[in-house]
Design a binder for this molecule. Structure first.
Ligand SMILES: Nc1ncnc2c1ncn2[C@@H]1O[C@H](COP(=O)(O)OP(=O)(O)OP(=O)(O)O)[C@@H](O)[C@H]1O
Ligand SMILES: [Mg+2]
Length: 275
């Protein structure tokens, strides 16, 4: 595997507020990577900078060999973005929504129609193509939103909290869909942000724990847990590296007891990033 994305000392400030504070990490082609952090950790800001929506205050990131600072147009051709909030027109059909956003990506005519057909097939909504989005369930709307991000066949797909506001069953089926139909079948690289520990653990090859704009640990779920006592959970890992606990709503607070490290020395994820 080779790195499709290399983030180098990235900083983003809003006025005096430091939202992203010098983060560095790599993502390998074909993996599912998760930026895991509570509300306000800096997940959306990171995705906004990596997808060239915002210019970083300092640092850079290289996607497929192109700098997000110096070559934003080249980067945009390689990436798709599925935003945290749904970006769909409820009164338009699934097909019309895809057509609208396809034109934004400079697709038109037969090429656009062919691509819409392929995407509808991929997101499993071919039979609902002519129905208005407002008649769809939350999970179906999310799939249309993902379809928009896939229209121009990006190599790297950013998804900001893709299962936000879905019930557990719909969230599970969306995770299966991402794994089976986007990564395994199509060979894409997926970058998700989430505040759900179980989602990061079940879906992702690599997890970076983000807290207060800093990456506190990085590694596979097993690597992250292996540095702590036996039977430690990802929740324990979060507490260990941040000094806070993490509830299911993405709210972090100081826990009663910080989990202990199994042995002296650093876990693999820490070693790798030189913490
Ligand atoms: N446009 C903005 N102007 C000023 N501050 C901002 C702006 N956008 C975000 N912030 C602040 O930057 C920090 C990081 O916000 P961000 O939205 O990136 O977090 P997040 O991890 O995506 O949170 P959530 O899980 O709630 O979506 C927060 O303190 C937030 O208040
Ligand atoms: Mg966010």
């Amino acid at each position: 595997m080779s790195a499709i994305l290399e983030v180098q000392q990235l900083v983003k400030k809003y006025g005096d507020k430091v939202a992203v504070n010098g983060i560095s990490f790599d993502i390998q082609a074909g993996e599912i990577f998760s930026l895991l952090g509570p509300n306000g950790a800096g997940k959306t800001t990171t995705i906004s900078v990596l997808s060239t929506l915002y210019v970083p205050t300092a640092g850079d990131a290289v996607i497929g060999g192109h700098s997000v600072v110096k070559e934003p147009m080249a980067v945009r051709n390689l990436i798709g973005v599925v935003p945290q909030d749904l970006a769909l027109y409820e009164d338009l059909t699934a097909c019309e929504n895809l057509a609208f956003w396809g034109q934004m990506y400079n697709l038109s005519g037969k090429a656009l129609n062919a691509r819409i057909d392929q995407v509808l097939e991929q997101i499993g909504l071919k039979d609902r193509a002519k129905q208005r989005v407002k008649t769809f369930s939350g999970g179906m709307k999310r799939r249309v939103n993902i379809g928009v991000g896939l229209l121009h066949q990006p190599r790297l797909l950013f998804m900001d909290e893709p299962t936000r506001s879905l019930d557990p069953g719909a969230a599970r089926s969306l995770r299966d869909f991402i794994k089976e139909h986007i990564v395994a079948e199509r060979g894409k690289t997926v970058f998700i942000s989430t505040h759900q520990l179980d989602e990061a653990e079940q879906l992702c090859d690599t997890i970076a724990i983000l807290d207060d704009g800093r990456i506190r640990a990085q590694g596979s779920p097993d690597e992250l847990k292996s540095g702590l006592e036996a039977n430690s959970t990802l929740c324990d890992v979060f507490s260990f590296y941040t000094g806070k606990s993490f509830d299911e709503d993405g709210v972090s607070h100081v826990p009663f007891a910080i989990p202990r490290r199994k042995k002296r020395g650093y876990g693999l994820g820490m070693k790798r990033k030189g913490y």
